[in-house]
Design a protein around this ligand. Sequence first.
Ligand SMILES: Cc1cc2nc3c(=O)[nH]c(=O)nc-3n(C[C@H](O)[C@H](O)[C@H](O)COP(=O)(O)OP(=O)(O)OC[C@H]3O[C@@H](n4cnc5c(N)ncnc54)[C@H](O)[C@@H]3O)c2cc1C
Length: 375
Amino acid sequence: MSSEYEPLHSMASEFFAKRAVPRRSQWCEQGRIDREFWTSAGELGLLCCAIPEQYGGGGATIAHDFAVLDAFVEAGLSPASLQVHSIVVPHYLLAYAPEGQRQRWLPALASGGAVAAIAMTEPDTGSDLKAIRTRARPCAGGYAISGAKTFITNGSSADLLIVAAATEPGRGARGLSLFLVDTRQVTGFTVARVLDKIGHHDSDTAELVFQDMVVSEDCLLGQPGQGWQMLMGQLSQERLSVAVAAASAMKRAIRLTVDYANARKAFGQCLIDHQHVRFELAECATIERVAGVFLGDCVERLVARSLDSTTAAMAKWWFSEMECQVVDRCLQLFGGYGYMKEYPIADQYLNARAQKIYGGTNEVMKEIIGRTLRQ
Ligand SMILES: Cc1cc2nc3c(=O)[nH]c(=O)nc-3n(C[C@H](O)[C@H](O)[C@H](O)COP(=O)(O)OP(=O)(O)OC[C@H]3O[C@@H](n4cnc5c(N)ncnc54)[C@H](O)[C@@H]3O)c2cc1C
């Protein structure tokens, strides 16, 4: 991380240490982040850093949002809620929403007064987004949306939901559209279930049902049938944020394990004095260092708007894979303690696993990369 981001990073770290870490076990019990956290993070300018000031954002770059995300993960918090709220949803609004909707929502997201989510995945389809069955039918004054979504981060706490729905079923990608839904105002919106996950306990993941949920015409993002294009335009940023979270998680796992290996004794010496332990940590630290260079390059390209979808896919699969490998190796060095919930490395192990699944599975990432290699 360059010195440009350090003041923001250290302010974020201090804030998360004081206002999030002590609340985390409560968040895990209730399965969601407190409202108060969002508003106090907003007050401090830690949300939506890359959104222009005229819309209440920080007027900075996405790299600033990544610095905040890095501090969040380093504090031991799972990344998805913050990613979706600050790094994903506001950019759909900025790029595609009518001006009235931008003015309505962006200041609310940046201040933490409203929480955001995006609903693409359905019970019957995730990777194959073109097959989604949620339907949006034109009706008097707008669209009536019916269908179901699952695994939606912030799903039960979101005030603003972006919903992917078919406006012309049977046309695949060309029949897909995106809608803004104010969950506080619509009828026909139900949180069917808050899902019980193996990790990410501090983050809310829900199943949602829409029954003739009517939204006005200006809730459509872009034009009917442009949903796929918009998703493809935004997914690289989301995928790179997964890589950023993975890099932060590796850093944290190595730091925790180095401390442990220097303190824990076995066979009359510290763990770190055993060559195998040093070699394990040496390899993990090298992966982390190499990863930092690749990540820096990707972030620079994203800020310069030149990050291509293939490189973003490479970053998403490789970083999440490395995170799982590094965290697993670190957990092993904790011995039995690594398997105990009270040890943060155990949490990291469970959180890491989701990173290979969301934002597009790693198999889908390899498909995207592999396609470019066919002659
Ligand atoms: C914690 C968490 C948070 C999430 N948050 C959100 C969210 O906020 N919004 C949202 O919309 N979704 C969210 N998701 C859903 C996530 O994006 C999907 O789970 C993911 O895209 C995979 O879809 P699926 O679960 O339907 O799996 P499927 O698509 O059914 O895939 C099952 C398996 O088959 C493999 N597979 C599928 N197609 C191919 C292929 N063509 N080639 C090779 N292998 C293939 C997959 O890689 C996977 O291993 C979240 C998921 C989790 C776990």
